[in-house]
Design a protein around this ligand. Structure first.
Ligand code: T1G
Length: 693
C-alpha cells in the first residue's frame, strides 16, 4: 500500500509541472493517489515558475477508477470532490494525459482537467453500471455536457470503453499524440495553451450539448423503451438515466446533488454489493493455488477440432476469431460442408449487424480448414474433441488421437458430463488430457469450464486457462464429477422442479418464479427450446415421465409448436391445458393430491438445493472457491449478476435460514437428498461461503 509521496511525483519541465502517478496495478484512486494528486496540484499552483500542469500516469494505464477495494470502508480524506475542485478551479491549465483506460473516477478526474490529450490506443469510459453503480464524481453531469445526452446515455448504461479517435471526434479529448510520445505531447500542448492564452475550459460551464436535449423527454422515454429487456431487473441503468435527465434539466450543482443521492442509494444496495463481488470473483477465478503464474505454457499455434456440429463449429469460431488456424475434422463430407457453411453464415450475420467486416469474414474463414482424416491433426498444439456424448466413442477417438498427434500437444474434450479420468485411460499420456467444456452457442457464451482430471499436468491446466483468456472467455476450474460444477447444480434444480409438478405446481408457475427472480428462462421453457426429445427414443419410451408422454404425443418443444407450453406462429409460449391434463393424470396415477405451491416455496425449492449442491462441490474440492461456482452460473446459466451467483445469494439469504428451510422441506426434497455438512457447519457458526479462504 503506497503513500501520497510514493505514488505521486512532481517534475518541472520548463514551465510545465508534470504530476506523475504510479500506483500499480491500475492507478486506482486510493486514498494515497487522491492525496498525491491534491498535493501535487497544490504545489504546482504554488510554484511561481509553473504555468501549466500535466497529470499523467506511469504503468499500464491512466486512472482506471475509484479504488473498488476501498468501497464499504470508512471514507478517508481527501475526498475525490476536493481533489476535483482543486484541479477544476486551478488558476493554471491542467491537462490530463491519457493512455490505457481512463475509466470511472479516472475519467471524472480527467473531465475536471481543462484539456485532455491521449494516445491512439487509449480508451475512455464510465463503466460503473457494471458494478451496479453510476459515476458518482460528476461524470453523469459533465459527460453529457461534452458528448450530448443520447451518447452519454449509451456510455453510462453500457459501460463501454470508447476509443481515442471517437473520443476526439466527440470532444472528450482535445488532441491525440503518437504512441510512446504522451508525456512530450502533453507538455507541448500545455505550452501551446499557455502561449496562446487559451481559456481554462471548465466542462461544468458548457451547456449547449445538454440544452439540445432540453424539452425532449422522448429521448429518455425512447431509450428506456428500447432497452427495457436488457435492463430488466437491474437498478443501476435506470438510476444512470435519471442522472442524465438531471444534467439536461437542472443546473450543474443541482444535478450533482441528484447524482450523489442516487449513487449513495446504489452503493448501499445489495445489487452493487453483488456486482462488486462478481468483479473480483472473475479475477480470482484465474488463480489456481497449485498452478503458479510462472508455470510453463504449451505454445498453441494450431488447433484441431473433432466434430463440425453446433459445438465444434462454435468452438472453431473462437480460435479463428483470434487469428489461430483451425482444422475441423468430420466423418462425412456433407457434415463437414454443413459445419463450415454454418460458420460462414454466422460470420456473415455478424457482418450484416456491423460487428465485423466482410474482410474479417473472409480472413477468419481462411483460417478454417476441413478434413475427413484425423491424421491432419498430427501437428496441432491443441485438439478439442466435440463428438457425440458417448464414452465408447470418446475413448476410441482419444486412442486414435494418442497415436497421431505430436508429443506435447494438449488433448481436450468438450464433454459436458462424462468422466474425463475414464476418457484419459484411453491414452498413454493422461497428463495431456483435460476438459474444455464450452457452452452453446460456443462462439457467444462467455463461460469455459476447464476440467482438470486426476493426472492432468500443471502446464496443461495453465495453458487451458490462458487459452480461455486469449479467446475472450471467463474460465473457472472444476474437478471431475458428474456434470462438473454447472450441470451438477442444474441437476439439483431440475430434480426439484420436476418433483413440484407432482405436487401441484405447473411448469409455467415454476418458470414464472425463476424468470421474475432474474433468470432469462425457466427450466421448462428451456427444455422446450432445446427440444424435449434430446436423449429420447420412441422405441424405448414407456410413458414413465411427463416428458416422455409429451414426446409420445408429438409435443417435442418449440420446434413442434408444443411441448410443456403451446406456441403460436411467432413462437410465443402460453400455458397448455393439454400439458396440465397430462400432469394431473400423472399425479392421480401416483396417488398424489395437488396443493397450492407459493412462488416463495418454488424459489426456495429450486434455489436452496442448488446452493446445497454448491456446498458439496466445495467440500469435495471440485471447485477451488465458492465464487468460482458463482462465475460458472452467471456466465454459463444466466444467473442474474445483480444477485451475485447462487453461493453469494446463499450468503445474502443467510446459510442458517437455508438449512432451516431445507430441513423443513424434509422428504419433499427426495429420498436421496442430504444437506451438505459444510453448509450445516457454516450455518451453525454463523459464517458465510465468502468467509471460506
Ligand atoms: N480498483 C481496485 N482494483 C482494481 C480496479 C479498481 N478500480 N480495477 C482493476 N483493479 C485490479 C484488479 O482487481 C486486478 O487485481 C488488477 O487490478 C488488474 O485488473 C467515483 C465509483 C482497468 C480495464 O470499473 O475494468 O470509479 O487480480 O485483471 O484485464 O464514479 O481492471 O491482479 O489482484 O482487470 O488489464 C470504475 C474496473 C470504478 C474499472 C484492466 N472503474 N477495472 O483490465 O486487468 S467505480 C472500473 C477494469 C468508480 C466513481 C466510481 C479492468 C481494467 P489482481 P484486471 P485488465
Amino acid at each position: 500500500m503506497g503513500t501520497a509521496d510514493t505514488v505521486a511525483s512532481l517534475a518541472i519541465d520548463g514551465h510545465v509541472a508534470v504530476l506523475m502517478l504510479d500506483s500499480p496495478p491500475v492507478n486506482a484512486l486510493s486514498q494515497a493517489v487522491r492525496e498525491g494528486i491534491l498535493n501535487g496540484v497544490n504545489e504546482a499552483i504554488a510554484r511561481p515558475e509553473v504555468e501549466a500542469v500535466v497529470l499523467i500516469c506511469d504503468g499500464r494505464t491512466f486512472i482506471a477508477g475509484a479504488d473498488i477495494t476501498e468501497f464499504g470502508k470508512p471514507p478517508r480524506a481527501p475526498g475525490l470532490r476536493e481533489v476535483q475542485d482543486a484541479i477544476e478551479n486551478a488558476p493554471k491549465p491542467v491537462i490530463a494525459a491519457i493512455h490505457g483506460t481512463a475509466l470511472g473516477g479516472g475519467l471524472e478526474v480527467a473531465l475536471c482537467c481543462h484539456y485532455r490529450v491521449a494516445v491512439p490506443s487509449a480508451r475512455c469510459g464510465l463503466p460503473e453500471v457494471n458494478l451496479g453503480l453510476l459515476p458518482g464524481a460528476g461524470g453523469t453531469q459533465r459527460l453529457p455536457r461534452i458528448v450530448g445526452a443520447p451518447k452519454a446515455l449509451e456510455m453510462v448504461t453500457s459501460g463501454q470503453h470508447v476509443g481515442a479517435r471517437e473520443c476526439l471526434a466527440m470532444g472528450l479529448v482535445d488532441e491525440i499524440v503518437p504512441e510512446g510520445e504522451l508525456r512530450a505531447g502533453a507538455v507541448a500542448l500545455a505550452r501551446r495553451i499557455v502561449a496562446e492564452r487559451r481559456p481554462l475550459k471548465k466542462v461544468r460551464e458548457s451547456d449547449d450539448k445538454v440544452a439540445a436535449a432540453r424539452g425532449h423527454p422522448e429521448i429518455f422515454a425512447d431509450f428506456r423503451k428500447a432497452n427495457a429487456r436488457k435492463f430488466r431487473g437491474f437498478l443501476a441503468p435506470e438510476y444512470n438515466i435519471r442522472c442524465i435527465e438531471a444534467a439536461v434539466n437542472l443546473p450543474f450543482d443541482e444535478g450533482l446533488k441528484v447524482e450523489r443521492q442516487l449513487f449513495t442509494e446504489l452503493m448501499q444496495g445489495t445489487q452493487s454489493a453483488a456486482q462488486r463481488y462478481v468483479f473480483f470473483a472473475e479475477r480470482q477465478a484465474w488463480k489456481i493455488p497449485d498452478v503458479p503464474d510462472d508455470t510453463p505454457l504449451v505454445p498453441v499455434k494450431k488447433v484441431g477440432i473433432i466434430g463440425a456440429g453446433t459445438m465444434g463449429g462454435g468452438i472453431a469460431m473462437n480460435f479463428a476469431g483470434v487469428g489461430l488456424p483451425v482444422t475441423l475434422v468430420e466423418t462425412r463430407q456433407d457434415a463437414l460442408d454443413r459445419g463450415l457453411a454454418v460458420i460462414r453464415r454466422n460470420y456473415e450475420n455478424s457482418a450484416r449487424r456491423g460487428r465485423m467486416t466482410m474482410v474479417d469474414v473472409d480472413r477468419r474463414m481462411a483460417l478454417l480448414s476441413g478434413s475427413l482424416d484425423l491424421r491432419s491433426l498430427a501437428d496441432c498444439d491443441l485438439v478439442i474433441e466435440a463428438v457425440f456424448e458417448n464414452m465408447a466413442i470418446k475413448k476410441e477417438v482419444f486412442a486414435r488421437l494418442d497415436a497421431i498427434v505430436k508429443p506435447g500437444a494438449i488433448l481436450a474434450t468438450n464433454t459436458s458430463a462424462l468422466d474425463i479420468d475414464e476418457i484419459a485411460t484411453a491414452v498413454k499420456r493422461p497428463e495431456a488430457v483435460i476438459g474444455m467444456h464450452f457452452f452453446s452457442p460456443a462462439n457467444v457464451m462467455r463461460l469455459l469450464e476447464v476440467v482438470r482430471a486426476k493426472q492432468t499436468s500443471r502446464p496443461v491446466i495453465a495453458t487451458a486457462m490462458q487459452t480461455a483468456r486469449k479467446i475472450g472467455k471467463v474460465a473457472a476450474l472444476s474437478g471431475v464429477c458428474p456434470g462438473f460444477i454447472g450441470n451438477r447444480i442444474l441437476a439439483a434444480r431440475t430434480q426439484q422442479a420436476q418433483a413440484m409438478l407432482m405436487e401441484g405446481a405447473m411448469p409455467w408457475d415454476i418458470d414464472r418464479a425463476l424468470y421474475d427472480f432474474g433468470l432469462p428462462m425457466g427450466p421448462f421453457a428451456m427444455s422446450d427450446l432445446a427440444g424435449l426429445d434430446i436423449g429420447w427414443s420412441k422405441e424405448a419410451s414407456r410413458s414413465s415421465t411427463i416428458r416422455e408422454v409429451l414426446c409420445e404425443m408429438g409435443r417435442r418443444g418449440q420446434k413442434t409448436g408444443a411441448g410443456y407450453y403451446d406456441y403460436d406462429e411467432q413462437r410465443n409460449a402460453k400455458p397448455s391445458p393439454v400439458t396440465e391434463q397430462v400432469i394431473r393424470d400423472f399425479m392421480a396415477k401416483a396417488g398424489g393430491t395437488p396443493r397450492e405451491i407459493s412462488t416463495e416455496e418454488i424459489l426456495e425449492r429450486c434455489l436452496y438445493p442448488m446452493i446445497n449442491e454448491g456446498a458439496k462441490i466445495l467440500e469435495e474440492g471440485i471447485a477451488i472457491r465458492a465464487s468460482d461456482i458463482d462465475i460458472v452460473w452467471i456466465n454459463g446459466y444466466g444467473w442474474p449478476v445483480y444477485r451475485g451467483g447462487p453461493m453469494f445469494y446463499g450468503d445474502t439469504v443467510g446459510l442458517a435460514t437455508i438449512v432451516a428451510r431445507l430441513r423443513a422441506f424434509g422428504p419433499k426434497l427426495g429420498r436421496q437428498f442430504t444437506i451438505s455438512p459444510l453448509l450445516e457447519k457454516l450455518a451453525a457458526e454463523g459464517r458465510r461461503f465468502q468467509d471460506l479462504r
